[in-house]
Design a protein around this ligand. Structure first.
Ligand code: ADP
Ligand code: MG
Length: 256
């Protein structure tokens, strides 16, 4: 059995205005897992992700790759966990695309050639190779989103954490993103409303609502549970419904 790579125990978080965003959330992630975090607006998905590289801390016990989340381990943890924020504006802060994507590798102490190589590979992965000299703030929202993913891929993380990665992407680049994520063998944690993406990319799901974990389990068990999803303002994705109708064997042989 794969090793536990993330351990979250009794996580609570209150925003400064006393809004309770997470209440007693616990779950584990195993090496190589692809975990979807789903739930309605305000469920606590983004707040949870911000705990995975210590932007928020102290609300519970988090262990990543054997390291307790604390100030001593923070830098090591941040090298292992790449978080792609929902809003690319908060990820891009250098003048050019190249500088944004090179920022992490330079900070990790890579040589000039290694930095160039890492940037080229990351930009290629998100189909943005031609943009390296462009000004980041001139890009469209969807393009910024893809560069944000590249800024994290260039650091070659062990765990990739993405918040609403497909929002605002056109169909082609959403498809490219799904294929990219399917091809990346590292541990992935993806918070999203795009349940079709979850179906294709994730093997396990954690459903959050009102800051609490409602259930965790196999992706198809959860995404085919109409009553459960509707109780939490979600719906069964069309591909699951289609498979149910067209396939007497059930929908276990779903493939994209
Ligand atoms: N900066 C903030 N200040 C106060 N409350 C916040 C802040 N950000 C989020 N919240 C609240 O925390 C809860 C969880 O939000 P969030 O983690 O963004 O949910 P999700 O990503 O699932 O939509 C919501 O009730 C939301 O209104
Ligand atoms: Mg969110």
């Amino acid at each position: 059995m794969a090793a536990k790579i993330i351990e979250i125990k009794n996580l609570n978080y209150f925003y400064p205005d006393q809004t309770s965003a997470l209440a007693d959330v616990s779950f584990d992630v195993f090496e190589g897992d692809s975990l979807g975090i789903i739930g309605p607006n305000g469920a606590g998905k983004s707040t949870l992700l911000l705990h995975l590289n210590g932007i928020f801390k102290n609300g519970g016990h988090i262990k990543i790759a054997g390291l307790d989340m604390n100030d001593t381990n923070l830098l090591q943890i941040r090298r292992r966990v790449g978080v792609v924020f929902q809003d690319p504006e908060s990820q891009l802060f250098m003048p050019t695309v190249f500088e944004d994507v090179a920022f992490g590798p330079i900070n990790m102490g890579l040589s000039e050639d290694e930095v160039k190589e890492a940037v080229a590979a990351a930009l290629k992965a998100v189909d943005m190779s031609k943009t390296s000299k462009r000004l980041s703030h001139h890009l469209s929202f969807g393009e910024k989103k893809r560069i944000s993913i590249a800024t994290v891929l260039s650091m070659n993380p062990e765990i990739l954490v993405l918040d609403e990665p497909s929002s605002n992407l056109d169909p082609k680049h959403r498809r490219d993103l799904i294929n990219l994520l399917k091809g990346l063998k590292l541990t992935k944690i993806i918070a999203t409303h795009d349940l079709e993406l979850v179906l294709e990319v994730c093997s396990r799901v954690v459903l959050l609502d009102k800051g609490q974990k409602v259930v965790e389990g196999d992706v198809l068990d959860i995404l085919s549970n109409k009553a459960l999803l509707e109780t939490h303002s979600l719906e069964v994705p069309p591909s699951v419904k289609k498979q149910k109708r067209s396939n007497n064997l059930g929908y276990m042989i779903f493939s994209s």
